[in-house]
Design a binder for this molecule. Structure first.
Ligand code: MEV
Length: 317
């Protein structure tokens, strides 16, 4: 009896997938122009569940409407085509705040790629998953660096770069001898990444020398940050993060509410703080803390939406 129920449940759920969200510790935007960046996975993310169906389709919640719905369906269609359109109906569930700069589209792409490849009976190796996920990310972001879905697909802290136009990124796993923990604050709604990246591209095309100086410096901070992580020098990493925020602000990618939260986290004892992801008029701010939980409790009491996450290093209770 138990065996037949298990078999029918297995048949009803052909496949599942998970894609974690991410935070960028250093190097967002510069990474679009070929400079390195560091990103780490969050414990929250997007889950997919696939059930047998007479055609390959995505079940989109009624809350997702208009252009966003159409874009999600187009992105799914690209991934479905790349997997040979297995006969599966895919449902999404997420505990990751969406459109906050925490890699929700990359996580959706990775979770869909895993479920589609698995339903098609193909390899679900990280390489195969990331290839299919990149198809979806191109639909979401136009010219993505590939950092978000690579971090989600690998589920590890990485130093990432990819020359514009090249298909092959350079990716290095970063090992931290110390627990590396951040506090993530959801500051507020923001414009889509595609628009923020396009606005920056227009300024960069107009004043290429000035902007390339800033991108060079952001790339240098990411390389220094990678060394600091591997040495366990969290103070140096924190300082690089705060300097990186200043450069993002110089690139007109910050806003008063993001800046205010960076200052607040530093006053609360963060070793460093910055906006994370595309930024612009809102999104998320991260603070590097030896132990974020007291600050999480204090901010939560004040009604601020935030959570702590360990990105790398030995696990602590
Ligand atoms: C978005 O999470 C990160 C950006 O650097 C865009 C990208 O890497 O494609 C702003």
């Amino acid at each position: 009896m138990r065996g037949s129920r298990a078999r029918s449940e297995q048949a009803a759920n052909v496949a599942t997938g998970f894609g974690p969200g991410k935070v960028i510790l250093l190097g967002e935007h510069g990474v679009v122009y070929g400079h390195p960046a560091i990103a780490g996975p969050l414990s929250v993310g997007v889950r997919t569940r696939g059930r047998p169906a007479n055609r390959c389709k995505l079940e989109v919640s009624e809350d997702v409407v208009g252009a966003r719905r159409q874009q999600l369906l187009r992105a799914f269609d690209r991934a479905a085509a790349a997997c040979g359109r297995p006969e599966v109906s895919v449902k999404l569930e997420s505990d990751l705040p969406m459109s906050m700069g925490l890699g929700s589209s990359g996580a959706v792409a990775v979770a869909c790629a895993r479920v589609l490849l698995s339903a098609a009976g193909r390899s679900t190796s990280p390489k195969a998953v990331m290839e299919v996920a990149f198809e979806m990310e191109r639909e979401f972001h136009g010219t993505p660096s590939g950092l978000d879905h690579t971090c989600s697909g690998m589920g590890e802290l990485i130093l990432y770069s990819r020359k514009p136009g090249s298909e092959t990124p350079t990716v290095r796993r970063l090992k931290s001898p110390r627990p590396l923990k951040v506090l993530v604050v959801l500051v507020g709604e923001r414009s889509p990444t595609k628009l923020t990246v396009a606005g920056l591209r227009a300024r960069q095309a107009r004043w290429p020398e000035r902007y390339s100086r800033l991108f060079d410096e952001i790339g240098r901070l990411a390389r220094e940050g990678a060394k600091a992580i591997e040495k366990g020098d969290l103070e140096a990493l924190g300082d690089a993060m705060t300097v990186n925020h200043g450069l993002l602000s110089a690139l007109q990618l910050s806003s008063p509410n993001l800046d205010e939260m960076v200052h607040r986290l530093r006053q609360m004892g963060a070793l460093g703080a910055k906006l994370t992801g595309a930024g612009g008029d809102g999104g998320a701010v991260i603070g590097l803390f030896l132990e974020p939980e007291p600050a999480v409790a204090q901010l939560t009491k004040m009604g601020v939406r935030c959570f702590g996450s360990q990105l790398a290093g030995p696990k602590t209770l």
